[in-house]
Every structure is written in structure tokens, then in C-alpha cells.
Design a protein around this ligand. Structure first.
Ligand code: HPA
Ligand code: ZN
Length: 344
């Protein structure tokens, strides 16, 4: 059965680096990795918090060196995403994680763009690129990164904010977000993943973001929830990530269902699928099982993903995708097969 059509709005392309590709690129680029093989590497995927993941994430991405590497990475993601029903993907990348080790900004964007340019014809997925600033680096470095992006603005839809959250509030980046908006870029930011609800308010009030990435800890602040419902602010939740990074003990404890029922415009995403145990179809499947979501709630999540997407410049396409969601037939039972997501 065809998978439910959906958009993915919270996906770090570097977080799609599977162990097999990492070792192939390491050999090609003569990068020495500290793990003997893919099996040993996979054993290191036991995280205690966001930072313990980030240490491995930044370490492994050192195998990415050429435009071809970035193109191969993105094409592999798009192939997997297509098999799981993704029709539109808004893809994060972390330029400073590459420029900081001597890879030119242009190498990264040109490589990613090469894969994205073929995405519709090869995979049936429309795409956007969002460059994220690393919030644990100085604001000055983010400003330099925005400067480096200027020749590539035709390829970049927006800016985001990621990496270690606690101690790095959104307000640190007020100036660079203002400059990004002046260049016509859309604005999102990770907030409330490990950081407090106050960071979500800051991202909205100080940075003027249009979506909150994660926003999980909004549930601790009923007034904030009311505001997010009223203003229809999308929250790009990543349930498998929250479990793997220990924000939540068990998927069964995830507030996704109550957030949906509270009227929040939540979406379900994979974050760093090579590390967190599944791509976005796998994630739909997992929350369906763990939280007992009804088919109509899965449809609502899919609908939300297109409503929250930056398809404002192509409303005809958005309408087409939304029509696909409404026409989707879950079949005669509530079977999880309806959202099955067999890997390619
Ligand atoms: N949180 C913050 N920064 C990140 C993440 C994440 O889950 N993945 C990649 N960078
Ligand atoms: Zn993320």
C-alpha cells in the first residue's frame, strides 16, 4: 500500500549520514575514523542527551569533503524519503560545521543543490534548503556565515538555529536574524528541545520565527500553548529524537497526541534519521503504534506538514499535495500497514 503523503520540515541532512556511506566516504577521502567498522560505530549510538549526540554527529561528518559527497548524501536521503511518502522536504544544513574544518560554503551548497535539482524528476520530492546557525558558536560566526551565503541566496529559503541549546538563548542571534529577514530569508529556530519554554517565547518575540523546531517543552507552559494554538504557530516535533536523546523516557510518554488534541499545529519529523532509528515514515508508524493515533489523526499530521511548509511561493503545489492527503485511503482497517514504511 502506498504510504501517506507528507512533508518533512525538520531534517538535518548531516543527520542522514548512514554508517555505510560514512565508511565509504572515509575510504574515498582518506579520513581515519575512530571506529573499526559500521557495527562498532552503531554501538556508539547510545546517547544520554543532546550534547552526547552532537559530539558523534560532528565527528562523523568530517568524512564529508567534496561537493560530490554532499550530493551523494542528499540523494540517498531523498531516495529513502520518497519510499516513505515524502512529497516535499525542507532540509537543514549546518554550514559552520563544514566551513569550520576548511570546507568552503560553496562546496556544501553546490553539492546539496546538485541532488536537490534532480529531486523532483528522480524522487518526486520538491525541496527547500534552510541553513542553520550553530548556537553554541559566537553570534559573530553566524554573521560571517550569513555573509558567506550571499552568493547562494537563490538556493536558500531560510535560516534556522540548532546545536547545543541550553545556555544559548535565541536572543543571542537577534541581529543576524534581522539581517537574514532583510535578505528575504524565512526564519525558524530550534527551541524547547532541552531549553525552557522561555526560549520558545524568545524565538517568537525576539527572532520573529515562523515555526518552532521541536517546541516540546511548550507543554510546561499553558499560556504559551494557548498562544501557539491561537497564532497557529507550527511545531516540528521529532518524537524518535526525543526518546533517543532522553528528553522523554518512552515513546508511549510523548505528548504528541495531547498536543494534537489541544489544537496545536504539530508535525512529525525525523530530525537525524541515521542516528535516531528511523526516517519519517518509520516515525509515523512508531507514533501510530505507541500512542494509538487514529487514521484521521495521522491525516491531520500529514495535512499540517503541508500547511506549515514554506510553499507560499507555490500555492498550487501545496493545494495539490493537500488534495493527495485528503484523498488518501487508509484501507478498511486501522492497521499500521496503512502507514507502513518499509525501508527501500
Ligand atoms: N538538536 C539540535 N541541534 C541539532 C540536532 C538536534 O536534534 N540535530 C542536529 N543538530
Ligand atoms: Zn533538529
Amino acid at each position: 500500500m502506498a504510504p501517506l503523503p507528507k512533508a518533512e520540515l525538520h531534517l538535518h541532512i548531516e543527520g542522514t549520514l548512514e554508517p555505510e556511506l560514512a565508511f565509504a566516504l572515509a575510504a574515498r577521502n582518506r579520513v581515519q575514523l575512530p571506529w573499526a567498522d559500521t557495527e562498532e560505530l552503531r554501538k556508539a549510538y547510545l546517547f544520554s542527551d543532546l550534547q552526547s549526540f552532537l559530539d558523534l554527529y560532528y565527528g562523523l561528518m568530517t568524512v564529508l569533503r567534496t561537493a560530490d559527497d554532499f550530493a551523494e548524501l542528499a540523494d540517498a536521503y531523498l531516495a529513502r524519503a520518497a519510499a516513505q511518502g515524502v512529497r516535499h522536504a525542507e532540509i537543514f544544513f549546518d554550514p559552520q560545521a563544514h566551513t569550520g574544518r576548511g570546507i568552503a560554503f560553496g562546496t556544501v551548497v553546490e553539492g546539496l543543490a546538485r541532488a536537490l535539482d534532480h529531486s523532483e524528476e528522480r524522487h518526486g520530492i520538491s525541496t527547500r534548503l534552510i541553513m542553520c546557525f550553530l548556537r553554541d558558536l559566537p553570534a559573530e560566526s553566524a554573521r560571517e556565515t550569513l555573509e558567506a551565503a550571499k552568493p547562494y541566496l537563490n538556493r536558500i529559503t531560510g535560516v534556522g538555529l540548532d546545536s547545543a541549546e541550553v545556555g544559548h538563548p535565541p536572543s543571542k542571534f537577534a541581529e543576524v536574524y534581522e539581517a537574514a529577514a532583510a535578505l528575504g530569508l524565512r526564519k525558524v529556530a530550534h527551541a524547547g528541545e532541552e531549553g525552557p519554554p522561555a526560549y520558545i517565547r524568545e524565538a517568537l518575540d525576539v527572532l520573529g520565527v515562523e515555526r518552532i523546531d521541536h517546541g516540546l517543552r511548550a507543554v510546561e507552559d499553558p499560556e504559551l500553548v494557548a498562544r501557539l494554538v491561537r497564532d497557529r504557530v507550527p511545531l516540528t516535533l521529532c518524537p524518535l529524537s526525543n526518546v533517543r536523546l532522553r528528553a522523554i523516557d518512552l515513546l508511549e510518554d510523548h505528548p504528541l497526541r495531547s498536543m494534537l488534541e489541544a489544537g496545536l499545529l504539530v508535525t512529525v519529523n525525523s530530525d537525524d534519521p541515521a542516528y535516531f532509528g528511523g526516517y519519517v515514515g518509520d516515525t509515523f508508524h512508531a507514533v501510530h503504534e505507541a500512542l494509538g493515533l487514529a487514521p484521521e489523526q495521522l491525516r491531520e499530521l500529514a495535512r499540517n506538514s503541508f500547511l506549515a511548509s514554506f510553499l507560499d511561493d507555490d500555492e498550487e503545489r501545496r493545494a495539490r499535495y493537500l488534495a493527495e492527503v485528503e484523498a488518501y485511503d487508509f484501507g478498511s482497517s486501522d492497521s499500521v500497514d496503512a502507514v507502513d514504511s518499509a525501508r527501500p
